[in-house]
Design a protein around this ligand. Structure first.
Ligand code: ZN
Length: 242
């Protein structure tokens, strides 16, 4: 049984290494996309602020155009005033002029509001740009760091998996299902039996059973935690007292 315990110990070690690699393989892409998404969010925010700014600029120039056109109308109408013969026509035209002037003064107020909005959006754009510049280098470094790490663990994974297959082939087919079952339940499969105590769960091992562990006659599981028990002399070189 000594040989089997040693192989089980190797299997347990490599299983732990594999599950750590698997954890990284699933974790790193998530970290990468979290940083990428945040950078993308800045891009989207800037895009929407810029298109809002474009819209405001368009409004502004159409207001300016309307203002100029109204001023021309006023100028022409004021020239026309001199040619008018009747009092009624004169009054009507003057009313029209003062109406256009009133509209223009309203337009000027709106134009000022529009310009304030543009200033506001421009300061939002530059603040967002500044924030993005502050984070971009840092995030890009983190992203490429995680990409490198991911490549590294992916490169390790295949050979490690092959190594595991070689170890598995050395385990008796009746022991492997026991190992898998305990691993699924406990994570850790092996437990050192010392002074009639299972160090996996700290419960006493019946003396009869403990003797069997010592004689290495068969695979013995702890009656309490079901871990496979081994004694110290079974794993000497790579002492594992877990
Ligand atoms: Zn136990």
């Amino acid at each position: 049984m000594r040989n089997q315990i040693e192989v089980l110990d190797m299997l347990q070690t490599i299983d732990m290494e594999l599950s750590e690699l698997e954890e990284h393989i699933s974790e790193y892409p998530k970290r990468i996309s979290a940083y990428e998404e945040e950078l993308e969010a800045y891009g989207e925010k800037l895009e929407s602020l810029n298109s809002e700014k474009q819209e405001l600029l368009k409004n502004k120039s159409s207001m300016e155009l309307e203002l100029t056109q109204n001023e021309e109308t006023i100028k022409k109408s004021e020239e026309k005033l001199f040619e008018i013969k009747t009092h009624k026509e004169y009054e009507a035209l003057q009313k029209e002029i003062s109406e256009t002037k009133r509209m223009n003064s309203e337009l000027e107020d709106k134009l000022l509001e529009e310009m304030e909005k543009i200033e506001n959006i421009e300061s939002q754009i530059s603040a967002t740009n500044e924030e993005l510049t502050g984070k971009k280098t840092d995030y890009e470094e983190k992203i490429s760091g995680f990409k490198e790490k991911l490549e590294e663990v992916e490169t390790l994974y295949g050979p490690k998996k092959e190594e595991k297959e070689k170890i598995v082939s050395k385990i008796s087919p009746d022991i492997l299902p026991i190992y898998e079952k305990i691993k699924k339940r406990n994570g850790e499969v092996l437990a050192l039996a010392k002074n009639e105590v299972c160090t996996g769960c700290n419960m006493n091992i019946p003396p009869q059973l403990f003797n069997e562990v010592l004689t290495l006659s068969r695979i013995i599981q702890c009656p309490n935690c079901t871990k496979i028990l081994y004694c110290e002399e079974e794993l000497n070189s790579e002492a594992k007292t877990g």
